[in-house]
Ligand binder design. Structure first.
Ligand code: ATP
Length: 566
C-alpha cells in the first residue's frame, strides 16, 4: 500500500472528484504523447524552461490559468530584436505564475543563448553551464539573471528547489567578468562578491556549485571557515579572492577582528534572507551589510519564503528594488504531495513511524525532529529496530561528523536521515523522495522549507506531517498552506478557528519529552532508582557496621580507661 495512504489515515486526502478539473490537467490524456514531464499545469511548472526546446513546444498546447502578472517591461526599446524579445518576455511571464514589481524591469529571457548574446557572457561560463547539465533557465533564472545583469537590487521569492542558487551565481560571475588574478586594475583588488547563508552545510553546497561554474579559469571562490579566515588575514592573499561564501557568525568575528574587509564588495547576496533577518542572525546580518560600503554595491535577497516583516527589512536595505515572486508566496510546489497524520500524543509517533517502515518505502527519506537530543534518540530507536542505513545530522555534532553525514547522504549511503531545522533550508539532495515531520514544524516557513527538501528540480516528492493533540491549535496554518498548493484537507481542519498571532508564534514550541521513547526512559529511571536503592542500602550497612565498630571501641576504651591502661 502506498505510504501516502498509510500515513494519511485521518489526515489529508486529495479529493479527485471535487478537483476534477485540476486533475484533468495531470491525466495521461492531456499529456503530450511522448512527454515524460507533462503532468503539471504550465504556469506551475517552474522547470519547464530547464528542459529541451522540443519538449517546450509540446507544452504550449496545455492551457494556462491563474495568470497573476504585473509587467513593466523595457517599453522604450524599439528595434525588431527587442520587439521579439518583449513578445517572448510577455509570453514567458504569462506562462508562469510570476509577479514582478518595480521600476524599469529588464526583460526576462527564455534561453541561456539569449542571455549570452545580450549580456556577453563568456564562453567558459556558458560551457560550464552546459557541462553542469543546465540547458535552459528555470522561471526564477529567466527573470532574476537579467535583473542582476542590469545592476539592479532584487528581492526574489521562488519555491524550494527551483534553481535560485544559479539565479545569483551566474550573474555575479558574469558581471565580475574575469578572475581578479588576471586583472591589472588596482581598483578591483579585494573580494568583490559575497554570499551569506545561515548554515555551513549550505555555504559548502553553494561553494561547490560555484566551483562547477568557474571550472577552467583561475577564479578564487572561498568558503569562509576558521581555516580560510586565518589565510585571508594576509592582505596579498585576500586581494586575490573573487567570491566569498559565508555564514554570518564566522564573517562578523573576522570583520570585528579586522582580519577581513568588505569595502570592495560589488555584489552582496543574502540567501535564505528571511532566516538571516530573524532574531538569531539579525544584528550580524546588519553588521555585514554596513561593512559592504562600496558605493556601487548591488544587493539581492533570495528565499522560498519572505514573511511580511522580513520583506519590509529587505526592501529597506535594497535600493530601487525589483521584487519577483514565482508561484505563490510561502507556498510549496504542487509536485510535493502533502499529508497530515494524527498521532494523538508524542508516544504514539514512534510506533506510527515504525509501522511506516514495516511496509515498502522509498528512500532516501528525511525526518525532522525539534531538538538535537530527539534527533539522536530517534535515530537510535530506528537503528535498534533494525531499520537499515539510518543516519543523523544536527548542530550538536562535530563539524567532521556533520560533513561525513552530509557526504553519506550525497553518496546515497544514507537511506533515512534524522535531522533538525539545520537541514531545513537550502540543502539540495536531489533524490529525496519523502520528508516526514516527526515533530510539528515551528512556523509556516519552517514547514515550507522542510518539505521543500523533496520535490526538487522538477521531481515529485511526498511530505507527511505528524500532529498530536497539542499541535492541533496550529494545524489550520499548515492546512492553509496545503490548500494553497492545490491539495485538500479534511473539512474538520478547515473549520478549525484561525490561530491568533500569539498562538502562531507558539507553533512548534510544544513541550516534548527529551527523548522519543519514554518507555526507555522509564526503564532507565527504574534502573537508576534500583541502583540508588542498592547504593543507599550499602551505605546504611556500612554506617551500621562502622557505628557498631565505634560503639564496640567506645566500650573497650571505657573498659581500658577503667583499668587505667592506654
Ligand atoms: N537551469 C537548470 N536546469 C536544470 N537543473 C537546474 C537548473 N537550475 C538549477 N537546477 C538544479 O535544481 C536543483 C535545485 O536548485 P537550488 O538548490 O538552486 O534550488 P533553490 O531554489 O535554491 O532551493 P531552496 O529554496 O531549497 O534553497 C539543483 O539540483 C540544481 O542543480
Amino acid at each position: 500500500m502506498e505510504t501516502f495512504q498509510l500515513l494519511s489515515n485521518g489526515g489529508v486526502k486529495f479529493n479527485k472528484g471535487k478537483y476534477k478539473k485540476d486533475v484533468s490537467l495531470f491525466t495521461e490524456t492531456r499529456r503530450p504523447p511522448s512527454t515524460s514531464h507533462g503532468d503539471l499545469p504550465t504556469e506551475l511548472d517552474f522547470f519547464k524552461y530547464a528542459r529541451s526546446s522540443s519538449e517546450k513546444r509540446k507544452y504550449s498546447s496545455i492551457p494556462t490559468q491563474q495568470q497573476n502578472v504585473e509587467w513593466k517591461g523595457d517599453e522604450d526599446e524599439d528595434d525588431d530584436h527587442v520587439a521579439e524579445q518583449s513578445q517572448e518576455a510577455n509570453s514567458l511571464i504569462a506562462k508562469h505564475r510570476v509577479t514582478v514589481k518595480g521600476n524599469d524591469i529588464p526583460n526576462p529571457v527564455g534561453s541561456f543563448e539569449v542571455l549570452r548574446e545580450k549580456y556577453h557572457i563568456s564562453n567558459q561560463l556558458f560551457q560550464n553551464l552546459s557541462k553542469s547539465g543546465y540547458r535552459h533557465p528555470t522561471s526564477i533564472q529567466s527573470h532574476a539573471v537579467p535583473i542582476m545583469m542590469n545592476s539592479r537590487d532584487l528581492a526574489a521569492i521562488s519555491p524550494t528547489g527551483t534553481g535560485k542558487t544559479l539565479s545569483y551565481l551566474l550573474p555575479i560571475l558574469a558581471r565580475l567578468q574575469a578572475p581578479i588574478s588576471s586583472m591589472k586594475n588596482e581598483a578591483y583588488l579585494g573580494v568583490r562578491a559575497l554570499v551569506v547563508v545561515p548554515t555551513r552545510e549550505l555555504a559548502y553546497q553553494i561553494y561547490n556549485e560555484s566551483l562547477k561554474l568557474t571550472q577552467g579559469r583561475n577564479w578564487r571562490t572561498i568558503m569562509f571557515t576558521k581555516a580560510t579566515a586565518n589565510t585571508l588575514a594576509v592582505k596579498e592573499v585576500r586581494d586575490k579572492v573573487d567570491v566569498i561564501i559565508s555564514t554570518p557568525l564566522r564573517l562578523v568575528a573576522s570583520l570585528r577582528a579586522g582580519i577581513i574587509d568588505l569595502q570592495n564588495i560589488r555584489h552582496l547576496v543574502l540567501d535564505e534572507a528571511d532566516r538571516l533577518f530573524d532574531k538569531e542572525f539579525f544584528s550580524q546580518t546588519q553588521e555585514i551589510i554596513t561593512y559592504c560600503n562600496h558605493p556601487g554595491v548591488q544587493k539581492a535577497v533570495f528565499s522560498a519564503t519572505l514573511p511580511a516583516g522580513a520583506e519590509k527589512i529587505a526592501m529597506e536595505m535594497l535600493q530601487d528594488p525589483i521584487r519577483i515572486v514565482v508561484g505563490l508566496k510561502d507556498t510549496p510546489l504542487p509536485l510535493i504531495h502533502q499529508s497530515l497524520t494524527y498521532v494523538a500524543d508524542d508516544q504514539s509517533k514512534l510506533p506510527s513511524l515504525l509501522g511506516h517502515f514495516a511496509r515498502p518505502y522509498n528512500p532516501p527519506i528525511l525526518i525532522f525532529t525539534s531538538t538535537q537530543i530527539r534527533a539522536s534518540s530517534l535515530a537510535e530507536e530506528l537503528v535498534m529496530s533494525g531499520i537499515p542505513n539510518v543516519d543523523c545530522l544536527h548542530a550538536g555534532m562535530t563539524q567532521k561528523e556533520r560533513d561525513e553525514s552530509v557526504g553519506r547522504m550525497r553518496q546515497g549511503k544514507s537511506w533515512i536521515m534524522v535531522t533538525t531545522e539545520v537541514m531545513a533550508r537550502g540543502m539540495d539532495f536531489k533524490g529525496v523522495r519523502e520528508v516526514i515531520n516527526y515533530d510539528f514544524p515551528t512556523s509556516v516557513q519552517s514547514y515550507v522549507h522542510r518539505i521543500g527538501r523533496t520535490g526538487r528540480a522538477g521531481r515529485e516528492g511526498k511530505a507527511t506531517t505528524f500532529f498530536t493533540d497539542e499541535d492541533a491549535p496550529f494545524l489550520k496554518s499548515i492546512a492553509n498552506v496545503i490548500m494553497q498548493s492545490g491539495q485538500t484537507v479534511p473539512d474538520w481542519i478547515i473549520k478549525l478557528p484561525k490561530p491568533s498571532k500569539m498562538k502562531r508564534k507558539a507553533m512548534g514550541k510544544v513541550k516534548r519529552p527529551e527523548t522519543v521513547n519514554d518507555a526507555r526512559n522509564i526503564g532507565r529511571q527504574d534502573a537508576i532508582r534500583k541502583r540508588d536503592i542498592i547504593a543507599a542500602s550499602k551505605r546504611r550497612k556500612i554506617n551500621t557496621i562502622s557505628q557498631a565498630g565505634q560503639q564496640k571501641s567506645h566500650k573497650i576504651s571505657e573498659v581500658t580507661s577503667a583499668d587505667g591502661s592506654s
